[in-house]
Structure formats: C-alpha cells, structure tokens
Write a protein that binds this ligand. Structure first.
Ligand code: RNT
Ligand code: ZN
Length: 416
C-alpha cells in the first residue's frame, strides 16, 4: 500500500494525514543525554556508583566515556530520529578544560559552552537538570538535609543551574525546561516526615529566588514514589511536588514521570487533570515494568494514551522529554527506539478524529465510540509513519538497525 492509499483510508475516517505529518514536525521532544553513558556524567569519578535511588543495569559494551564520545553517539542517534529535537542535559555533563574542575555549586554557563555549540550547529534547543545525586555531598539527603552546610551547597547548585538554564535559553533562542528532582528519602520508617519536606520546600523557594524570565526558563518539580534504597519515604512525593507547583504557579510547573506512580495509576489520565489547573506541565516519558525501571519507551498502549491526551489537551501546553536508561542493550538503539516510539505515538494520536470521538462521547454514543476507536487501531499506520520518516530525511523502519550495528562494530567495540 502507498502513502496515498493510506491517506485515503484515514480520510474516510475524516482524518487529514498530511496535516498530521505537518503538525508532528513542529512538536519539540527532548532527547536525554544520559542514555549514552548510563547516567554517569563527566564531573565525578565514573567508577563510583549512581546514587539517589536510581540504577542502571547491564554492561553492554561501548558506553560513552568522554564528551566527544557522547556527542558522536548522539549525532548518530539524531540522524535516526525524525521531528523537532531538543537536547536534555544534566549538570553532571559539564565539560571542563584540561586541568579545570568546578564543584556543582560553582558551575557556570561556560562549562556548557561546548554543548551550546553542539546544539547551535544542529539547530537544537536545550533543556537542563541540576544533578542532586551521585556526588559526595549527598549526605545522602540534598535539598532536604538537616545539615545546613549540605543544604546550602545544593541550593547553590540549583541557583547555578538557573543561571546556566538562562544562558542556554538565551543562546539557543528557545525556552529551557529546568527540572528539579532529588532522590531524597529514607530506606526505612522515618521518625520525622515533616522536617525533610519543610526543608525541601524552603530550598526550592531559595533556588527559585534566583532571577529568571519564566517565559524562557521553566523550572519544574518532579515527584516520585520511591527509589532503590529509598523505599520507605520520599521527600518529593506526588502531593509535595504538585502542591509546590500549585502554590508557585508563577514560578514553576509540575513534572510527571510515568515511572513515578503506583502501578495502577496512569499518567495519561493525570494530564488533563493537571491541565484543568496549570497553564503548562512537563513530562518524563519512560516505561516502568512493575516499578520505576526506566526501560526503553515502546509503542505501547499507555505511551499511545499519554500522547492522545497531549494532543487532545493541546501539545503547546506540554513539555515533552524522554527519561530512560538501559545498559543491557546497544545504547544507540535504545535511544533511537524510544525516541521513534514517542514520535510514533504522537503520530498515532494526531491520526485520530479527536473532535468526532469527543462528540460521540458527549452524545452518549458509547457503542459507536467503541467501534470507531477499535477500527482506528488497524488503519494503515505504518505507511503514514514511513512517509513521515521520508519527509524528515531519516531511515524508515527496517532500514536503521544495520547502521547502528555497523557503528557498534566500528566505534563502540573499540572503546575498551
Ligand atoms: C529519577 C528521575 C529523574 C532521573 C533523571 C536522570 O527517578 O526520573 O528524572 O531519571 O534526572
Ligand atoms: Zn524522570
């Protein structure tokens, strides 16, 4: 079947496939740098384990060990990913001159200049994240620590990151979403649940007292249920993060990571719930298996449903980023598979007759709503997807795995 035939099939359901392709090309999606090196970064000893309740598993060969390697790998991935891309950086990916080093409270925009150049050359925007984990100053708490010196250090880190985010936004002429997430919490039953949260709140207040233009720098607060070694209590719980964002609507936005909720909860349903109140929200799209396992994003039901809600509620109100890290398979393939699946899910959502579905619901016609929704699942989606890839100048399905495999042989396997 050709694209023209597929287009006609969609048209019979009153869906304009050309319009869907044109729209999809304009939707920015942030590609996270941390899939390439198992979240290690460049500012601390790479032999030290990850902390903050997160963990990568697997030891597939070829992890990027230097900024040059990570950039080369990302370049390869960018060529495999259609659509409008942004880079998503963590502060731990600061790039220092030989002999230079700055601790996280002293990071400056200049430490990200190479990334700015990378983005400029490729026409990318950039999002940013302070790194409140994998560092000797995690005691293990950061922004919620009772130790005032620790807490101050991390507040200064947060403020430095606001300045860096402003620089990224200004240099690249696009807003920078700056996400605050800490793994602060306890392995076992706390004797004081309020103290850490009161300090966390105070710390975010102090970070956000650093001046910034809220149109260009968009600080977010990301919640979580639990992490590895942080099973009993998380300072930045769902209620904490959401309340913080709600009470500080003029300064920050809530961020939902779909790995950070109880297994029967779905972020797809939470999107319109939050957008009933917040002008904007941010997302980390990941794939939890039983828990916050950070598996590669698939073209699965919940990812599709998340994208359907993004499209129906207004994609310009949702800042979309990916967040997963799999060290057990080829990392470039992991990156590209997840990114392409998010694009596929967005396309799938754009190819729905959303106004009609809404009318069927409002008219209480649940019979036809079910029939139409089921039929939409087997329309010739693959043809439209291939056409999108062609228009974006990236390989269609079936034509990129070998490229990654060759790169693995030529580049990754040599990294010993
Ligand atoms: C951890 C959070 C957080 C991190 C990244 C690396 O559970 O999801 O967003 O994954 O900041
Ligand atoms: Zn996340």
């Amino acid at each position: 079947m050709s694209y023209q035939e597929a287009k006609a099939k969609y048209a019979s359901y009153h869906v304009d496939a050309d319009a869907a392709l044109a729209r999809l090309k304009t939707i920015p999606v942030a590609l996270h740098c941390w899939q390439g090196d198992d979240v290690r970064g460049f500012d601390t000893d790479p032999a030290k384990p990850l902390t903050g309740g997160i963990q990568t598993t697997g030891n597939y060969p070829g992890r990027a060990r230097t900024p040059e390697e990570l950039m080369a790998d990302m370049d390869m991935v960018l060529k495999l990913c259609p659509g409008t891309k942004k880079l998503n950086l963590h502060a731990s990916y600061a790039i220092f001159e030989p002999g230079e080093w700055a601790d996280r409270d002293k990071l400056e925009p200049k430490h990200f200049q190479k990334w700015v150049d990378f983005c400029k050359e490729r026409g990318l925007g950039c999002d940013f994240n302070p790194t409140f984990f994998s560092h000797p100053k995690c005691d293990p708490l950061t922004l919620s620590s009772p130790n005032e010196e620790t807490r101050r250090f991390w507040i200064e880190h947060g403020k430095a990151c606001i300045r860096i985010s402003s620089y990224l936004a200004e240099q690249l002429g696009q807003p920078c979403v700056m996400n605050i997430w800490t793994g602060d919490g306890f392995k076992d039953i706390p004797g004081d649940r309020m103290g850490p949260r009161a300090r966390y709140r105070q710390s975010i207040d102090e970070i956000l007292s650093e001046p910034y233009d809220f149109k260009m720098v968009k600080p977010c607060v990301e919640s979580k249920v639990f992490g590895i070694g942080v099973e009993a209590y998380t300072a930045g719980s769902a209620e904490f993060a959401l309340s913080y964002a709600a009470f500080n609507k003029d300064k920050c936005i809530p961020l939902m990571d779909n790995g950070h909720y109880h297994p029967t909860e779905v972020v797809s349903d939470k999107i319109p719930a939050l957008l009933a109140f917040f002008p904007e929200i941010a997302l980390h799209v990941t794939r939890p298996i039983r828990w916050d396992s950070d598996h590669v994003v698939l073209f699965d039901d919940e990812t599709k449903e998340i994208c359907r809600e993004i499209i129906r509620c207004g994609v310009e109100r949702v800042n979309i980023a990916l967040d997963y890290f799999d060290a057990s398979i080829n990392r470039l393939s992991a990156w590209a598979t997840g990114f392409r699946n998010l694009q596929k899910s967005l396309l799938f959502a754009l190819l729905q007759p959303n106004d009609e579905l809404k009318t069927l619901q409002d008219k209480d016609n649940w019979t036809k709503l079910m029939v139409v929704q089921e039929e939409l699942k087997t329309l010739p989606f693959g043809e439209v997807w291939d056409e999108y890839c062609r228009q974006c100048g990236v390989p269609v399905d079936g034509e990129w795995y070998d490229t990654v495999k060759n790169y693995e042989k030529k580049v990754l396997e040599v990294r010993k």
